[in-house]
Design a protein around this ligand. Structure first.
Ligand SMILES: O=C(O)CCC(=O)C(=O)O
Length: 307
């Protein structure tokens, strides 16, 4: 990892504001060319999904042909609908341009400043929100929980871990389309609600207190997993493209089923840690080899490596 990322550690002022509000905006989190790569990757994944639907047998043959360059073989995709949004369940494993977001130099230092070094991604989704005006993208009722209602991240953590839960996770939302206006499928957050005890108030009270995140493409929002937040419908004609990566302490079990393979993701040690490599025991008692971020921080950011 390039030490240039150290310039993006959380400042004292940012920490104070984050403790108060439970979220922060990072402008220019991604340069313009990276925004385009992420947006194109999401388009590719949506196309692959269509191809997988149409050509199941041919895809199986492609996968079996080990000599095909990996990037030409669609990975196994986990894609489902949440009302007007198409959700790519494991974007980090779906496309190299999306994998690159896991150690983004502008956001990862803020994440380790908040959580420390024993972290991994436990919750990830890319959410492509189509215009609700477009007749060819009908809304569907979500089979499970929908992100279009106010919620805290972590599901049963909130119901079962007591009324005042400590910070176990933060989420980074990265926008590959412009959401700097109303009706763009904006994420809504309720400032300060990460400090509220469980259960959350009724939706009406949350809706009155909620604010939309309105930022240009390339921006990120980092929020405490306990903050009340929700997706919203997109009434514009700009498709909303966002990737959400939830980082948690490694003893918080990952919601994903898959582990990174070195063949597909390379063997950058810190990236492997973040993608979920390591043993079950090592989530609680990590060997140094399982948490290379610790040694890296000890060398470059003593404050981040303490504890
Ligand atoms: O799509 C959105 O804006 C909301 C995402 C969300 O609620 C989540 O990641 O938990």
């Amino acid at each position: 990892m390039d030490t240039a990322c150290l310039a993006h550690r959380l400042t004292d002022t940012e920490r104070e504001a984050f403790e108060e509000d439970g979220f922060m905006i990072v402008r220019d989190a991604m340069p313009t060319d990276q925004v385009a790569r992420v947006a194109n990757a999401l388009d590719d994944v949506v196309c692959w999904r269509q191809r997988i639907k149409n050509e199941r047998i041919q895809i199986a043959v492609d996968r079996a042909q080990a000599r095909l360059p990996l990037r030409r073989v669609p990975p196994r995709l986990l894609v489902f609908r949440d009302e007007r949004a198409l959700v790519i369940g494991e974007p980090l494993f779906a496309h190299p341009a999306l994998t690159d977001l896991v150690d983004l130099p502008t956001t990862l230092p803020k994440v380790w400043s908040l959580l420390g070094w024993n972290i991994h991604v436990y919750d990830q989704a890319a959410r492509v929100t189509f215009s609700s005006a477009a007749s060819n993208t009908p809304a569907r009722a979500s089979a499970g929980a929908t992100a279009f209602g106010f919620h805290r991240d972590g599901g049963r953590i909130n119901a079962e871990a007591g009324s005042t839960i400590p910070r176990l996770a933060v989420k980074v939302g990265l926008f590959a389309s412009d959401v700097d206006g109303p009706g763009r499928g904006n994420l809504y957050v309720v400032p300060g609600s990460h400090r509220w005890p469980e259960p959350l108030p009724e939706d009406d009270a949350l809706a009155r207190a909620a604010v939309p995140i309105r930022v240009p493409a390339g921006s990120a929002v980092i929020f405490d997993a306990r903050i009340a937040h929700k997706a919203s419908t997109n009434t514009s004609n700009v498709v909303r493209k966002a990737v959400f990566l939830g980082y948690a302490l490694r003893w918080v079990y990952s919601m994903g089923e898959r582990r990174p393979s070195r063949r597909r993701f390379g063997d950058d040690p810190i990236r492997s840690q973040l993608l979920g490599a390591g043993t079950a025991y090592g989530r609680f008692f990590p060997a140094s080899s399982e948490v290379p971020l610790r040694a890296w921080l000890a060398q470059h950011d003593r404050a981040g490596s303490s504890a």
